[in-house]
Design a protein around this ligand. Sequence first.
Ligand code: APR
Ligand code: PHB
Length: 389
Amino acid sequence: MRTQVVIVGGGPSGLLLGQLLHKAGIETVVLERKSRAYVLGRIRAGVLERGLVGLMREAGVDARMTAEGYVHDGTLIAYDGDMFRVDFTKHTDATVLVYGQTEVTRDLYAARDDIGAKTHFEVENVVIEDADSDHPFVAFREGGVDQRIDCDFVAGCDGFHGVSRKTIPADVRREYEKVYPFGWLGILSETPPVNDELIYANSDRGFALCSMRNANLSRYYIQCDASDNADNWSDEAFWTELRKRIPASVADSLVTGPSIEKSIAPLRSFVTEPMRWGRLFLCGDAAHIVPPTGAKGLNTAASDVHYLYQGLRQFYAEGDAAGLDAYSAQALARVWKTERFSWWFSNLMHHAPGQSDFDKKMQLAELAFLRDSPEAQASFALNYVGLPY
Ligand code: APR
Ligand code: PHB
């Protein structure tokens, strides 16, 4: 087999890149380790920056998100019994769209079906070969048969646990990591959201977040021990703890119900440099991870996809490799800024084990500054709606 770009990983990064490249007349093949059903069974965050919404529109895959997504022009931050709102449109010309990432992935798969592009599911033993040559190829096993795809380029969109990052030699890679000493216990419930905007809460019992997917599908999180297990939490225990972490006025209107999903996510900041090695380009979680506090996971993958799409389009249309040569530095410049915001917001809103009284005072002072300062809120808003590409 031969194609122009092999995309390793059929998550949102790989699918969005494939859709954009198709619009530019560039052929792709996607190799996905899991089944489509498994990929679409993943529950992920649900806040889309303006940049990602724009890319979905550019890819022609924005119809459902426009019809079903919720435009949010602000968010609420609760602390110390108080709650204030950051108005995005007061400080930026942008809003965010609340639309589940699972739905983004579903829409992208449907769009890939419509263009008849090739996706290999449940592949095994993917190996990226000769990435540092002009003739890379990808070997893999499908249905017990060894296969090979020769290509011009490989896009490593296979997430944190994929093979792409590790294809870059260890003596070439530089990795940066911070593992947070707590996790997020999240539930999905078929109940009306407690508020029409998100509520991020820093309580003296720990962090909580009230989010949603639609008018009858709510998503809630509470900070838990990094070693905790979702099985340790009955629904009732979760609801009781959540009520204690949000303002009483909000807790009084909370509608509870059985969880239809309950899981714990670890919190990690991670970046690998460079994001390119020869004809291999890393995109999304394959290159970087953020704690979910700022909802930046898919949104940072989106800017990678934008830069790589533009570089590949320029190469094939004009024979100019300048965009590809600039990719790693350009992508990393924005990655590090979103890593910083996610790290800052995580430290502001969580209570780390053993946190000193002084550190708690610093959090309260920063939250009071954010509440009272238009300039601080402008900085928050600009980061939350998404830094420019
Ligand atoms: N071969 C083929 N596919 C692989 C391999 C492999 N060796 N390893 C992993 N994969 C697949 C996974 O099964 C997954 O479907 O790559 C895909 C990677 O998808 P994500 O982990 O979702 O990463 P990405 O597409 O970069 O998405 C970035 O979006 O999913 C949200 O918030 C999430 O931060 C994440 C963001
Ligand atoms: C979610 O709805 O899952 C969500 C929203 C905002 C975040 C994180 C997760 O910051």
